[in-house]
Design a protein around this ligand. Structure first.
Ligand SMILES: Cc1cc2nc3c(=O)[nH]c(=O)nc-3n(C[C@H](O)[C@H](O)[C@H](O)COP(=O)(O)OP(=O)(O)OC[C@H]3O[C@@H](n4cnc5c(N)ncnc54)[C@H](O)[C@@H]3O)c2cc1C
Length: 395
Protein backbone atom coordinates (compact mmCIF):
# COMPACT_ATOMS: atom_id res chain seq x y z
CA UNK A 1 0.00 0.00 0.00
CA UNK A 2 2.71 2.45 1.07
CA UNK A 3 4.75 1.46 -2.00
CA UNK A 4 1.98 2.19 -4.50
CA UNK A 5 1.31 5.58 -2.82
CA UNK A 6 4.92 6.73 -3.17
CA UNK A 7 4.94 5.40 -6.76
CA UNK A 8 1.97 7.67 -7.61
CA UNK A 9 3.22 10.77 -5.78
CA UNK A 10 4.68 13.20 -8.31
CA UNK A 11 7.99 14.86 -7.38
CA UNK A 12 7.71 18.23 -5.66
CA UNK A 13 7.81 21.11 -8.17
CA UNK A 14 11.02 23.11 -8.03
CA UNK A 15 11.36 26.89 -7.58
CA UNK A 16 14.58 28.75 -8.32
CA UNK A 17 14.69 31.91 -6.22
CA UNK A 18 17.08 34.66 -7.28
CA UNK A 19 17.96 36.96 -4.34
CA UNK A 20 18.58 35.83 -0.78
CA UNK A 21 17.48 38.94 1.12
CA UNK A 22 14.12 39.22 2.89
CA UNK A 23 11.95 38.71 -0.21
CA UNK A 24 13.86 35.66 -1.43
CA UNK A 25 14.03 34.01 1.99
CA UNK A 26 10.36 34.69 2.69
CA UNK A 27 9.47 33.12 -0.67
CA UNK A 28 11.72 30.16 0.13
CA UNK A 29 10.20 29.39 3.54
CA UNK A 30 6.61 29.89 2.35
CA UNK A 31 6.98 27.83 -0.86
CA UNK A 32 8.74 25.12 1.14
CA UNK A 33 5.76 25.04 3.51
CA UNK A 34 3.52 24.70 0.44
CA UNK A 35 5.36 21.56 -0.62
CA UNK A 36 7.88 22.96 -3.10
CA UNK A 37 11.55 22.12 -3.52
CA UNK A 38 13.20 25.56 -3.31
CA UNK A 39 16.77 26.59 -4.17
CA UNK A 40 17.92 30.15 -3.38
CA UNK A 41 20.72 31.89 -5.30
CA UNK A 42 22.21 35.07 -3.81
CA UNK A 43 24.84 37.26 -5.46
CA UNK A 44 26.58 38.21 -2.22
CA UNK A 45 29.14 35.61 -1.08
CA UNK A 46 28.65 36.66 2.58
CA UNK A 47 25.57 36.68 4.79
CA UNK A 48 23.84 40.08 4.67
CA UNK A 49 23.15 40.49 8.38
CA UNK A 50 25.92 42.97 9.14
CA UNK A 51 23.85 45.61 7.34
CA UNK A 52 20.39 47.01 7.77
CA UNK A 53 18.54 49.09 10.31
CA UNK A 54 14.98 48.94 11.54
CA UNK A 55 11.54 48.03 10.25
CA UNK A 56 8.04 48.48 11.57
CA UNK A 57 6.59 44.98 12.07
CA UNK A 58 3.66 44.61 9.68
CA UNK A 59 0.92 41.92 9.83
CA UNK A 60 1.99 40.25 6.52
CA UNK A 61 5.42 39.48 8.00
CA UNK A 62 3.79 37.79 11.00
CA UNK A 63 1.39 35.92 8.69
CA UNK A 64 4.20 34.67 6.43
CA UNK A 65 6.27 33.50 9.42
CA UNK A 66 3.27 31.67 10.84
CA UNK A 67 2.54 30.01 7.47
CA UNK A 68 6.15 28.85 7.32
CA UNK A 69 6.04 27.54 10.90
CA UNK A 70 8.66 30.03 12.17
CA UNK A 71 8.21 31.16 15.78
CA UNK A 72 9.88 34.53 16.00
CA UNK A 73 9.97 34.57 19.82
CA UNK A 74 9.14 37.21 22.39
CA UNK A 75 12.43 39.03 21.74
CA UNK A 76 11.60 39.68 18.07
CA UNK A 77 10.68 43.34 18.44
CA UNK A 78 10.61 46.44 20.61
CA UNK A 79 7.13 47.77 21.35
CA UNK A 80 6.37 51.48 21.28
CA UNK A 81 3.32 52.96 22.91
CA UNK A 82 2.84 56.21 21.09
CA UNK A 83 4.03 58.59 18.43
CA UNK A 84 5.82 61.69 19.59
CA UNK A 85 6.00 64.82 17.44
CA UNK A 86 8.94 67.01 18.39
CA UNK A 87 9.35 70.57 17.14
CA UNK A 88 12.65 72.31 16.38
CA UNK A 89 12.48 74.12 19.71
CA UNK A 90 11.94 70.80 21.52
CA UNK A 91 8.22 71.07 22.36
CA UNK A 92 6.49 67.69 22.32
CA UNK A 93 3.05 66.37 21.36
CA UNK A 94 2.14 62.71 21.91
CA UNK A 95 -0.46 60.48 20.24
CA UNK A 96 -1.33 56.94 21.41
CA UNK A 97 -0.42 54.55 18.57
CA UNK A 98 1.09 51.23 19.69
CA UNK A 99 3.29 49.27 17.27
CA UNK A 100 6.37 47.05 17.23
CA UNK A 101 9.72 47.73 15.61
CA UNK A 102 12.11 44.98 14.59
CA UNK A 103 15.69 44.87 13.38
CA UNK A 104 16.29 44.02 9.72
CA UNK A 105 19.07 41.62 10.78
CA UNK A 106 16.79 39.91 13.33
CA UNK A 107 14.22 39.04 10.67
CA UNK A 108 16.93 38.08 8.18
CA UNK A 109 18.63 35.74 10.69
CA UNK A 110 15.36 34.03 11.66
CA UNK A 111 14.58 33.38 7.99
CA UNK A 112 18.08 32.16 7.21
CA UNK A 113 18.04 29.73 10.10
CA UNK A 114 14.76 28.32 8.76
CA UNK A 115 16.22 27.60 5.31
CA UNK A 116 18.16 24.38 4.77
CA UNK A 117 21.78 25.57 4.19
CA UNK A 118 22.14 23.01 1.38
CA UNK A 119 19.49 24.93 -0.60
CA UNK A 120 21.09 28.36 -0.12
CA UNK A 121 23.72 29.14 -2.77
CA UNK A 122 25.78 32.26 -1.94
CA UNK A 123 27.99 34.04 -4.46
CA UNK A 124 25.79 33.05 -7.41
CA UNK A 125 24.83 35.95 -9.70
CA UNK A 126 21.87 35.52 -12.02
CA UNK A 127 22.72 36.22 -15.66
CA UNK A 128 19.78 35.06 -17.78
CA UNK A 129 17.00 32.51 -18.16
CA UNK A 130 15.18 30.74 -20.95
CA UNK A 131 11.85 29.00 -20.91
CA UNK A 132 11.27 25.63 -22.58
CA UNK A 133 8.46 23.12 -23.02
CA UNK A 134 4.72 23.56 -22.72
CA UNK A 135 1.78 22.54 -20.52
CA UNK A 136 2.80 20.42 -17.55
CA UNK A 137 6.32 20.11 -19.03
CA UNK A 138 6.93 23.86 -19.14
CA UNK A 139 10.10 24.84 -17.26
CA UNK A 140 12.83 27.45 -16.92
CA UNK A 141 16.59 27.09 -17.28
CA UNK A 142 18.45 29.70 -15.26
CA UNK A 143 22.07 30.64 -15.89
CA UNK A 144 24.47 32.13 -13.34
CA UNK A 145 27.74 34.04 -13.78
CA UNK A 146 29.64 31.02 -12.43
CA UNK A 147 28.50 29.07 -15.49
CA UNK A 148 26.07 27.00 -13.43
CA UNK A 149 22.67 26.22 -14.96
CA UNK A 150 19.60 25.23 -12.96
CA UNK A 151 16.34 23.82 -14.22
CA UNK A 152 13.08 24.48 -12.39
CA UNK A 153 9.31 24.78 -12.76
CA UNK A 154 9.35 28.42 -11.62
CA UNK A 155 11.81 31.33 -11.40
CA UNK A 156 11.08 33.69 -8.51
CA UNK A 157 12.80 37.06 -8.99
CA UNK A 158 13.51 38.49 -5.53
CA UNK A 159 16.58 40.41 -6.68
CA UNK A 160 15.53 43.82 -5.46
CA UNK A 161 14.91 47.25 -6.97
CA UNK A 162 17.57 46.86 -9.68
CA UNK A 163 16.42 43.34 -10.59
CA UNK A 164 18.42 41.66 -13.36
CA UNK A 165 15.57 39.20 -13.94
CA UNK A 166 13.20 42.14 -14.49
CA UNK A 167 15.68 43.62 -17.00
CA UNK A 168 15.22 40.51 -19.11
CA UNK A 169 11.41 40.46 -19.03
CA UNK A 170 10.96 44.26 -19.05
CA UNK A 171 14.02 45.76 -20.75
CA UNK A 172 14.69 49.37 -19.75
CA UNK A 173 12.34 49.34 -16.73
CA UNK A 174 13.98 51.03 -13.72
CA UNK A 175 13.02 52.86 -10.52
CA UNK A 176 12.68 56.63 -10.76
CA UNK A 177 14.42 58.95 -8.27
CA UNK A 178 11.86 60.81 -6.17
CA UNK A 179 14.06 63.88 -5.52
CA UNK A 180 15.10 63.08 -1.95
CA UNK A 181 17.16 60.65 0.05
CA UNK A 182 17.07 59.00 3.47
CA UNK A 183 20.16 59.48 5.62
CA UNK A 184 20.08 56.73 8.20
CA UNK A 185 21.88 55.64 11.31
CA UNK A 186 21.82 53.03 14.04
CA UNK A 187 23.52 53.54 17.38
CA UNK A 188 23.66 51.64 20.67
CA UNK A 189 21.03 52.84 23.13
CA UNK A 190 23.75 53.41 25.73
CA UNK A 191 25.29 56.06 23.43
CA UNK A 192 22.18 58.26 23.78
CA UNK A 193 22.37 61.37 25.96
CA UNK A 194 20.19 61.26 29.08
CA UNK A 195 17.80 63.81 27.57
CA UNK A 196 17.43 61.88 24.32
CA UNK A 197 16.94 58.63 26.24
CA UNK A 198 14.14 60.15 28.38
CA UNK A 199 12.42 61.70 25.35
CA UNK A 200 12.56 58.55 23.20
CA UNK A 201 11.65 55.82 25.73
CA UNK A 202 8.77 53.68 24.41
CA UNK A 203 7.96 55.99 21.54
CA UNK A 204 8.27 56.42 17.78
CA UNK A 205 9.36 60.05 17.38
CA UNK A 206 9.11 62.44 14.43
CA UNK A 207 10.20 65.94 13.63
CA UNK A 208 8.44 67.39 10.60
CA UNK A 209 10.31 70.33 9.12
CA UNK A 210 10.00 72.43 5.99
CA UNK A 211 10.84 69.97 3.21
CA UNK A 212 12.43 67.42 5.55
CA UNK A 213 11.39 64.81 8.10
CA UNK A 214 13.31 63.05 10.85
CA UNK A 215 12.10 59.93 12.62
CA UNK A 216 13.56 57.58 15.18
CA UNK A 217 12.66 54.45 17.13
CA UNK A 218 14.26 51.68 19.19
CA UNK A 219 15.05 48.26 17.71
CA UNK A 220 16.63 45.12 19.21
CA UNK A 221 20.40 45.13 19.76
CA UNK A 222 22.73 43.60 17.21
CA UNK A 223 22.73 40.40 19.32
CA UNK A 224 18.90 40.49 19.40
CA UNK A 225 18.58 41.77 22.98
CA UNK A 226 15.42 43.77 23.74
CA UNK A 227 16.54 44.75 27.27
CA UNK A 228 16.63 48.48 27.98
CA UNK A 229 20.20 49.69 27.55
CA UNK A 230 21.13 46.84 25.18
CA UNK A 231 18.90 47.85 22.29
CA UNK A 232 19.72 50.18 19.39
CA UNK A 233 18.22 53.47 18.28
CA UNK A 234 17.40 53.65 14.57
CA UNK A 235 16.98 57.04 12.88
CA UNK A 236 16.02 58.18 9.38
CA UNK A 237 16.25 61.73 8.00
CA UNK A 238 14.54 62.47 4.67
CA UNK A 239 16.06 65.48 2.87
CA UNK A 240 15.90 66.72 -0.72
CA UNK A 241 18.96 66.49 -2.99
CA UNK A 242 18.92 67.75 -6.58
CA UNK A 243 19.78 65.17 -9.22
CA UNK A 244 23.13 65.90 -10.92
CA UNK A 245 26.35 67.16 -9.34
CA UNK A 246 24.93 67.44 -5.81
CA UNK A 247 23.53 63.93 -5.77
CA UNK A 248 26.68 62.51 -7.37
CA UNK A 249 28.80 64.13 -4.65
CA UNK A 250 26.65 62.63 -1.88
CA UNK A 251 26.88 59.18 -3.50
CA UNK A 252 30.67 59.24 -3.97
CA UNK A 253 32.31 57.08 -1.31
CA UNK A 254 35.57 57.58 0.60
CA UNK A 255 37.50 55.59 -2.06
CA UNK A 256 36.15 57.89 -4.78
CA UNK A 257 33.83 55.20 -6.13
CA UNK A 258 30.53 56.49 -7.52
CA UNK A 259 27.43 54.71 -6.16
CA UNK A 260 24.06 55.07 -7.84
CA UNK A 261 21.37 54.21 -5.27
CA UNK A 262 22.75 53.86 -1.75
CA UNK A 263 25.83 54.11 0.45
CA UNK A 264 26.47 51.37 3.06
CA UNK A 265 27.66 52.15 6.62
CA UNK A 266 31.28 53.31 6.61
CA UNK A 267 31.29 54.48 2.98
CA UNK A 268 30.19 58.13 3.45
CA UNK A 269 33.02 60.65 3.01
CA UNK A 270 34.07 62.63 6.13
CA UNK A 271 33.07 65.93 4.47
CA UNK A 272 29.52 64.61 3.89
CA UNK A 273 29.29 63.30 7.47
CA UNK A 274 30.41 66.74 8.78
CA UNK A 275 27.80 68.51 6.59
CA UNK A 276 25.12 66.11 7.86
CA UNK A 277 26.08 66.78 11.48
CA UNK A 278 26.19 70.53 10.90
CA UNK A 279 22.73 70.46 9.28
CA UNK A 280 21.39 68.35 12.15
CA UNK A 281 22.51 70.93 14.73
CA UNK A 282 20.96 73.64 12.57
CA UNK A 283 17.59 72.03 11.74
CA UNK A 284 16.74 69.41 14.35
CA UNK A 285 15.59 69.57 17.96
CA UNK A 286 18.75 69.20 20.12
CA UNK A 287 17.92 65.70 21.42
CA UNK A 288 17.28 64.44 17.88
CA UNK A 289 20.38 66.18 16.50
CA UNK A 290 22.39 64.41 19.21
CA UNK A 291 21.54 61.05 17.60
CA UNK A 292 22.99 62.19 14.27
CA UNK A 293 26.15 63.61 15.78
CA UNK A 294 26.71 60.44 17.86
CA UNK A 295 26.45 58.12 14.82
CA UNK A 296 29.94 57.32 13.48
CA UNK A 297 28.82 55.60 10.28
CA UNK A 298 25.60 57.02 8.82
CA UNK A 299 24.37 55.41 5.60
CA UNK A 300 22.17 56.58 2.78
CA UNK A 301 19.47 55.33 0.47
CA UNK A 302 17.79 57.20 -2.41
CA UNK A 303 14.01 57.33 -2.38
CA UNK A 304 12.60 55.84 -5.55
CA UNK A 305 9.35 54.72 -7.14
CA UNK A 306 8.77 51.72 -9.36
CA UNK A 307 5.64 49.96 -10.49
CA UNK A 308 5.79 46.85 -12.69
CA UNK A 309 3.00 46.56 -15.26
CA UNK A 310 2.81 42.81 -14.55
CA UNK A 311 4.30 40.38 -12.03
CA UNK A 312 4.02 37.10 -13.96
CA UNK A 313 5.84 36.41 -17.23
CA UNK A 314 5.26 32.78 -18.17
CA UNK A 315 7.07 30.81 -15.46
CA UNK A 316 8.83 33.89 -14.07
CA UNK A 317 7.36 35.85 -11.18
CA UNK A 318 8.60 39.18 -9.79
CA UNK A 319 8.17 39.73 -6.04
CA UNK A 320 9.23 42.28 -3.39
CA UNK A 321 11.25 45.27 -4.56
CA UNK A 322 11.91 43.64 -7.96
CA UNK A 323 8.20 44.19 -8.71
CA UNK A 324 7.32 47.36 -6.79
CA UNK A 325 9.39 49.94 -4.96
CA UNK A 326 7.22 51.79 -2.46
CA UNK A 327 8.53 54.75 -0.49
CA UNK A 328 9.56 53.88 3.06
CA UNK A 329 6.88 56.21 4.54
CA UNK A 330 4.47 53.32 3.93
CA UNK A 331 6.64 51.19 6.28
CA UNK A 332 5.81 48.36 3.90
CA UNK A 333 9.04 47.17 2.17
CA UNK A 334 9.31 43.91 4.09
CA UNK A 335 5.53 43.66 4.54
CA UNK A 336 5.01 43.83 0.78
CA UNK A 337 7.64 41.15 0.15
CA UNK A 338 6.02 38.96 2.83
CA UNK A 339 2.53 39.44 1.37
CA UNK A 340 3.87 38.46 -2.08
CA UNK A 341 5.67 35.39 -0.72
CA UNK A 342 2.64 34.19 1.23
CA UNK A 343 0.19 34.81 -1.63
CA UNK A 344 2.50 32.95 -4.03
CA UNK A 345 2.76 29.94 -1.73
CA UNK A 346 -1.00 29.87 -1.13
CA UNK A 347 -1.72 30.06 -4.86
CA UNK A 348 0.83 27.37 -5.67
CA UNK A 349 -0.11 24.81 -3.03
CA UNK A 350 -0.32 22.33 -5.85
CA UNK A 351 0.32 19.00 -4.25
CA UNK A 352 2.82 18.58 -7.07
CA UNK A 353 0.35 19.12 -9.93
CA UNK A 354 2.35 21.04 -12.55
CA UNK A 355 -0.83 21.86 -14.51
CA UNK A 356 -1.97 24.01 -11.59
CA UNK A 357 1.12 26.22 -11.61
CA UNK A 358 0.00 28.55 -14.41
CA UNK A 359 -3.49 28.88 -12.90
CA UNK A 360 -1.95 29.60 -9.48
CA UNK A 361 0.36 32.26 -10.92
CA UNK A 362 -2.61 34.02 -12.55
CA UNK A 363 -4.45 33.98 -9.20
CA UNK A 364 -1.37 35.34 -7.44
CA UNK A 365 -1.01 38.23 -9.88
CA UNK A 366 -4.70 39.14 -9.79
CA UNK A 367 -4.50 39.55 -6.00
CA UNK A 368 -1.11 41.18 -5.56
CA UNK A 369 -0.80 43.56 -8.52
CA UNK A 370 -3.60 45.97 -7.50
CA UNK A 371 -2.58 45.93 -3.82
CA UNK A 372 1.08 46.70 -4.55
CA UNK A 373 0.20 49.34 -7.14
CA UNK A 374 -1.96 51.07 -4.55
CA UNK A 375 0.87 50.92 -2.03
CA UNK A 376 3.34 52.60 -4.40
CA UNK A 377 0.82 55.38 -5.09
CA UNK A 378 0.10 55.80 -1.39
CA UNK A 379 3.86 56.18 -0.81
CA UNK A 380 4.04 58.92 -3.45
CA UNK A 381 1.10 60.76 -1.84
CA UNK A 382 2.73 60.51 1.60
CA UNK A 383 6.07 61.66 0.19
CA UNK A 384 4.48 64.75 -1.38
CA UNK A 385 2.75 65.54 1.88
CA UNK A 386 5.92 65.13 3.92
CA UNK A 387 8.44 66.78 1.61
CA UNK A 388 6.03 69.40 0.24
CA UNK A 389 7.21 71.51 -2.68
CA UNK A 390 10.85 70.99 -1.64
CA UNK A 391 11.34 68.08 -4.03
CA UNK A 392 9.00 69.07 -6.86
CA UNK A 393 11.82 70.62 -8.88
CA UNK A 394 14.52 68.13 -7.98
CA UNK A 395 13.52 64.69 -9.28
C1 LIG B 1 21.65 44.35 3.17
C2 LIG B 1 20.28 44.98 3.14
C3 LIG B 1 19.83 45.73 4.25
C4 LIG B 1 18.56 46.31 4.26
N1 LIG B 1 18.15 47.01 5.35
C5 LIG B 1 16.92 47.53 5.41
C6 LIG B 1 16.45 48.21 6.59
O1 LIG B 1 17.16 48.33 7.56
N2 LIG B 1 15.19 48.72 6.59
C7 LIG B 1 14.37 48.58 5.51
O2 LIG B 1 13.22 49.05 5.57
N3 LIG B 1 14.77 47.93 4.38
C8 LIG B 1 16.02 47.41 4.31
N4 LIG B 1 16.44 46.76 3.17
C9 LIG B 1 15.52 46.66 2.03
C10 LIG B 1 14.46 45.58 2.27
O3 LIG B 1 15.08 44.32 2.43
C11 LIG B 1 13.51 45.58 1.10
O4 LIG B 1 12.93 46.86 0.93
C12 LIG B 1 12.32 44.63 1.25
O5 LIG B 1 12.42 43.79 2.33
C13 LIG B 1 12.16 43.80 -0.01
O6 LIG B 1 13.26 42.96 -0.10
P1 LIG B 1 13.70 42.25 -1.42
O7 LIG B 1 14.26 40.95 -0.94
O8 LIG B 1 12.62 42.27 -2.43
O9 LIG B 1 14.88 43.19 -2.01
P2 LIG B 1 16.32 43.46 -1.42
O10 LIG B 1 16.30 43.46 0.05
O11 LIG B 1 16.86 44.63 -2.13
O12 LIG B 1 17.18 42.16 -1.85
C14 LIG B 1 17.57 41.83 -3.15
C15 LIG B 1 18.63 40.74 -3.06
O13 LIG B 1 18.91 40.25 -4.38
C16 LIG B 1 20.31 40.10 -4.52
N5 LIG B 1 20.62 40.21 -5.96
C17 LIG B 1 20.55 41.32 -6.73
N6 LIG B 1 20.88 41.04 -8.00
C18 LIG B 1 21.17 39.71 -8.03
C19 LIG B 1 21.58 38.82 -9.08
N7 LIG B 1 21.78 39.24 -10.34
N8 LIG B 1 21.79 37.51 -8.75
C20 LIG B 1 21.59 37.07 -7.48
N9 LIG B 1 21.21 37.87 -6.45
C21 LIG B 1 21.00 39.18 -6.73
C22 LIG B 1 20.89 41.22 -3.68
O14 LIG B 1 22.24 40.99 -3.30
C23 LIG B 1 19.94 41.23 -2.48
O15 LIG B 1 20.36 40.36 -1.46
C24 LIG B 1 17.71 46.18 3.12
C25 LIG B 1 18.15 45.43 2.00
C26 LIG B 1 19.41 44.82 2.01
C27 LIG B 1 19.86 44.00 0.81
Amino acid sequence: MAQSLSFNTPPAPKAIVVGGSLGGLLAAVCLRAAGWDVQVFERSPQALDSRGGGLVLQPPVEAALEFAGIHAGSDFGVPSRDRTFVSRNGSVRRMYMPQTQIAWNGLYQRLRQAVDPATLHAGETFVSFREEGSGAGRHVIVRFASGREERGDLLVAADGPLSAVRSQVLPGAAPRYAGYAAWRGVLPERALTEGAHDLLQGTFAFQDGRGHQFLTYAIPGEDGSVRIGERRQNWVWYRPVAQGAMLDAVLRDRQGQQHTHSLPPGAMRDAEVRTLQHDARDLLAPHLASLVTATPEPFLQLIQDYEAPRMVFGRVVLIGDAAFVARPHTGAGAGKAAANALALAEALRTGGNANRIDVGLAEFEAGQLPADRQLVRWGITLGRRIMGGAVAQLA
